[in-house]
Design a protein around this ligand. Sequence first.
Ligand code: NAP
Length: 300
Amino acid sequence: MSAQIMDGNAIAEKIRQQLEKEIADLQGKGCFPRLEVILVGEEPSSKSYVAMKQKDCERVGILGQTTRLQEETSEETLLALIARFNDDAAVHGILVQLPLPGQISEEKVIAAISPDKDMDGFHPVNIGRMVAGADCFLPCTPAGIQELLKEYQIDPRGKHLVVVGRSNIVGKPFAIMMMQKKPWANATVTVCHTGSGDVRPYTRQADILVAAAGRPAMITADMIKPGAVVIDVGANHLDDPQAKSGYRLVGDVDFAAAKEIASAITPVPGGVGPMTRAFLLKNTVKSAKKFHKLEGLSRP
Ligand code: NAP
């Protein structure tokens, strides 16, 4: 039997429609959510991610502005811009598109953004709060995956959830969120990485398997327990002269084979990616409400 396809585009659209209404209501109360995105350099995928974020903001009514800085921008210049946005009461959210050119320390930049305006949820204060299960801005990709599970009524509670990948932006925060004693979490979590050696013995035990390794099609059908839920975070650009863009986006899962063994699966594109984008909007609205003392922050 073929797996249920978890449609991230549809769920993200539903979130945008809800936000559109919510933002119209906030505007009526004198609150105009505003997100400042900073892009340094000309990296093609970063440029395209930033363009999509800008479009999403326009769609729902967030004042989304992008500052484009040259590749050779100094760390000092970028930090000064962040400080300016931190001090600007009209700005509710700041996002610096990663990766940054080599002359700029990502660690310093992330730490320079006010935790109250940290829309990626990467600031050490937000990470610490997330680990403690306290109020915070959740990182967009893990939060988007949790929302997708919720929408499809796939409750991680009591399940063995295996994450392949331990990056600070996906694998690690998602594993932490899923082990919390909270609704739509409370799973038994295993995290695999390159130090795990052969990951098969772990992936084959997963009731919910999350692939976030950045390795095209590394998860093959024989690595999946029959009936498992498979979340493919991978967004790998493969050269494709036939494609208009010159590349093709593929996930970390061999989708065609995996969908014949899984009970539910996310496609690439159209699975986790749109949910990540939707969560950036959600975080921005939450921040705007907090600034205007209209609502508290979410808990992981
Ligand atoms: P990353 O920083 O490169 O981390 C990859 C992780 O996977 C590392 O922890 C690495 O282990 C592990 N790994 C790599 N190869 C492995 C293997 N053969 N066996 C076991 N573990 C392996 O990547 P990331 O930023 O987390 O992103 C992962 C993927 O998700 C990428 O394709 C990225 O483009 C995509 N992504 C998508 C979205 C979205 O919204 N759809 C958002 C973010 C990222 P070590 O720690 O041992 O090196």
